[in-house]
Ligand binder design. Structure first.
Ligand code: F0G
Length: 461
């Protein structure tokens, strides 16, 4: 029996949800060009599209909004955020608030990447990949063998493949590489954690070749929780000690604070011991995000993020949160539904290629299952598979993802056990008619980050 860890909080404000019929939803998804991003959120019952910016604030965060300092420069909330972030990530970081994760990428990459250089990663998330490309760089993902097999459990599937990293540097030369970037947790692979041991190895390799090591640390607290549970060296360490250990290994980081930062909007960029890069970051932020002490955010956003960072490392909250993901994973496992195993930190990634074996990768099984979930029960999920990958910018060729997932991302502190049961029951119902689920083809797409706005249609055979 799946085990549910009860909420370490009670609910103070509720938001009503609308229940609709399958006929209504069929009509809505067709009108949306079979793209869940184009649905109106009020037509969604349980929204598992993302865990980004969709969490509930705590009462302390709501209270903090009122004391946000809205001064244009030098605001109190900025200094509060700075003190909290430095205490958590390291006192020697220059820390810059920005409006969200991709803003940090937009500011950092042009200052770091020379056209044609590679950014080598465990797996870059889609916006990160997009911004590497926009800065003239070439994204490279080096996934370990363990990461490639959803049904086979392993502790740190998110790791970067160290032998492949060494080979890549030997083959291409360090000059052709702008940076090594590690995504914690590894979102595209299922929110899978990266071991500190793996990051230490990556650091050693990077040092040997004079390369900077970057962290894309949107889910730094979830990663630390897994490290505590799975890496014996850290069994007795606190979450914040593990976070410190992690960030001490990097030269720079980007954070979308909409995840573990527990806010609805916000991001951070950190740079260590690199005056030239820090100067480039500052001048770009002033031009593109806003003055250094607000970085495109309101003072109240800075204040809520300062509180969010403190709550993010609360081990009880992490145990409950990851427990929710594990509960949904266990319910699916009982029903024989294959997913990335063990589940990661922020959601269950259903192996849509295994669920819909009659569909080819270029018929987007991850997307097809997401559409079916919407029609079945009003659940919004997202493809993390080949639809997410834009065609190769040089050759224009379609790219195949390592896996075809339907991601059920769980917002923080939002849904209950009963909601998760609705999700599991819907998938179980779809399993019985899986052979009838159609694949999809793209009718219209943008050049970069196509999945957000593409229009598709079902393939009729
Ligand atoms: N890096 C990672 C690992 C992410 O998961 C995201 C966002 C970003 C960077 C970009 O941050 O959205 O604040 O600009 N991921 C969201 C998701 C959108 O649904 O996984 P952002």
């Amino acid at each position: 029996m799946a085990n549910y860890i009860a909420e370490p909080f009670k609910i103070k404000a509720m938001e009503p949800l609308r229940v609709t019929t399958p006929e209504y939803r069929r009509e809505r998804i067709e009108a949306a060009g079979y793209n869940p991003f184009s649905l109106r959120a009020e037509d969604v019952y349980i929204d598992l599209q993302t865990d980004s910016g969709t969490g509930a604030l705590s009462d302390r965060q709501w209270a903090s909004l009122l004391i946000g300092d809205e001064s244009y420069s030098g605001g109190r909330s900025y200094y509060k955020l700075l003190d909290t972030a430095r205490a958590l990530f390291g006192e020697d970081y220059y820390i810059q608030p920005v409006h969200q994760g991709r803003a940090a990428e937009k500011v950092l990459f042009p200052a770091l990447i020379e056209p044609g250089q590679h950014v080598v990663s465990n797996t870059l998330f889609d916006t990160t990949r997009g911004h590497v490309g926009l800065a003239g760089g070439v994204p490279v993902d080096l996934v370990t063998e363990a990461g490639r097999h959803p049904a086979v459990p392993a502790d740190f599937k998110g790791d970067i493949d160290i032998p492949a990293l060494k080979e890549f540097i030997a083959a291409k030369g360090a000059d052709s590489i702008a940076a090594v970037m590690i995504t914690i947790t590894n979102n595209s692979l299922g929110g899978q954690p990266v071991a500190i041991a793996n990051m230490r190895e990556a650091r050693r390799v990077a040092d040997r070749h004079g390369l900077p090591l970057l962290l894309d640390a949107a889910r730094f607290a979830e990663n630390a929780y897994f490290v505590k549970r799975r890496e014996p060296e850290f069994a007795d360490a606190s979450i914040s000690e593990i976070v410190q250990e992690t960030f001490a290994l990097a030269d720079a980081f980007t954070i979308s604070a909409k995840k573990d930062g527990l806010v609805n909007i916000g991001g951070l960029l950190g740079v260590r011991d690199h005056p030239a890069l820090t100067a480039a970051v500052k001048s770009s932020v002033v031009a593109m995000e806003g003055f250094l002490t607000y970085g495109g955010l309101a003072g109240r956003d800075l204040e809520a993020l300062a509180v969010g960072l403190t709550e993010a490392v609360d081990e009880d909250l992490l145990r409950y949160r990851i427990g929710q993901v594990q509960y949904l994973g266990a319910r699916l496992e009982e029903a024989g539904i294959v997913h990335q195993t063990p589940v990661g930190g922020h959601g269950v990634f259903v192996d849509a290629a295994a669920f819909l074996p009659h569909l080819a990768w270029h018929e987007f099984p991850g997307h097809a299952l997401a559409i079916e979930l919407y029609v079945e029960a009003g659940i919004r999920a997202a493809d993390i598979g080949s639809l997410l990958l834009d065609p190769d910018p040089v050759t224009g060729e379609a790219q195949r993802a390592v896996a075809e997932f339907t991601r059920l991302a769980i917002p923080r502190r939002v849904y209950t056990q009963a909601h998760l049961d609705v999700v599991a029951d819907a998938l179980i119902a779809i399993k019985d008619r899986a052979a009838d689920v159609p694949g999809y083809e793209i009718v219209e797409q943008a050049k970069v980050l196509r999945h957000f706005t593409a229009r598709l249609r079902p393939i009729t055979r």
